[in-house]
Ligand binder design. Structure first.
Ligand code: ATP
Length: 316
């Protein structure tokens, strides 16, 4: 049976701005997404039955039809019935390393890997934009996860505009294992508290989305200057998450006291990252955080920004 092993990197948000409501109930967003070296491994194997089967080593990840990797395979089966009939089902094994429900697009990147892997398994020859369109049907972060790197994401997050890639900027990432924040809760609470500041007309929304292209964070990325990038980090969702989750606030403050270049919560949290000057500084910061917060529930990773999304590690 043919098989592919794919590397599925997580993402962080260098910028997350909520600018309005959408008729579909989602928010109109302006984000800058960045792939990082922390990744899941997805093993895809053609099955001799017509079923889709998911396995995962992480106890909190469902392996039934609610797994987004399952949904990605089911979408491919619906969209390409001839190939599905010819090649049959697929066994999906997820080796989870990305913290779950952390604001790191862990599920989305698994779905992206399944789309890329099934395209290869079924010899479909889809283009990147065709894969991204399929990804948008599964979740707002899935299109970005396909090619990854550094990109501006607008709309729900599915409209992408690539930026020059940043690699080898080191970060420390922290997440309390037992702390999960519901993304719908974070956005709903933001709407309740700050909905009156939303832009209402289409022209203002388009102008605000366009403004990011010449904004300070994009300038910093174009300069590939870690210090400048770190100073321009922004996440509107911190306004609702930090007051409600003191542990996340404490992480933000502890990082700041270690002299990192900058720190921010990723997505809807609760993971918090810090940009460091070097790998050596990142390792030292990780030790300092561990000493200051000696809680075994706290997971810490030294990782770095990378310039790619889904990659094929091997095929048999
Ligand atoms: P995003 O940043 O895209 O909002 P996230 O990183 O906050 O995502 P995920 O790790 O994707 O969150 O997990 C959200 C929920 O989705 C989990 O609670 C989990 O039960 C469910 N889930 C379904 N499929 C997966 C998957 N393949 N990997 C991780 N979680 C999954």
């Amino acid at each position: 049976m043919r098989s592919y092993t794919l590397i599925a990197p997580a993402k962080i948000n260098l910028h997350l701005e909520i600018i309005g409501d959408r008729p579909d109930g989602y928010h109109e967003l302006v984000m800058i997404l960045q792939s990082i070296d922390l990744a899941d491994e997805i093993y895809l194997q053609a099955s001799d039955t017509d079923t889709i089967h998911v396995r995962c080593n992480h106890p909190e990840v469902p392996v039934d039809k609610s797994n987004i990797a399952y949904k990605a395979a089911a979408l491919m089966a619906t969209e390409f019935p001839t190939a599905y009939g010819k090649y049959g089902g697929v066994n999906i094994t997820i080796n989870k390393r990305i913290p779950v429900a952390a604001g790191l697009a862990g599920g989305s990147t698994n779905a992206a890997a399944v789309l890329v892997g099934i395209d290869l398994l079924w010899k479909l020859g889809l283009t990147q934009s065709e894969l991204e369109e399929l990804g948008a049907q599964l979740g707002s972060d899935v299109p970005f996860c396909i090619a990854g790197g550094t990109a501006i994401a607008t709309g729900r997050g599915e409209q992408l505009s690539p930026l020059p890639s940043l690699d080898n900027i080191y970060i420390v990432l922290a997440k309390y294992r037992s702390l999960a924040i519901s993304t719908p809760w974070a956005y709903k609470t933001y709407r309740e508290q700050f909905g009156d500041t939303y832009l209402r007309d289409t022209d203002s929304l388009s102008a605000r989305a366009a403004a990011i292209h010449s904004g300070p964070i994009v300038q910093a990325i174009l300069h590939k200057d870690a210090t400048e990038i770190a100073q321009k980090l922004h996440n509107d969702l911190e306004r609702v998450v930090l007051p409600a989750y003191p542990q996340v606030l404490q992480l933000r403050e502890t990082y700041a006291s270690t002299g990192v270049l900058g720190t921010m919560m990723s997505g809807s949290g609760p993971s918090v990252f810090a940009i460091c000057e070097s790998q050596q500084q990142a390792e030292q910061v990780k030790l300092r955080i561990r000493e200051t917060i000696p809680d075994e529930d706290l997971e810490l990773f030294v990782t770095r920004m990378i310039s790619h999304g889904i990659q094929v590690a091997s095929s048999v």
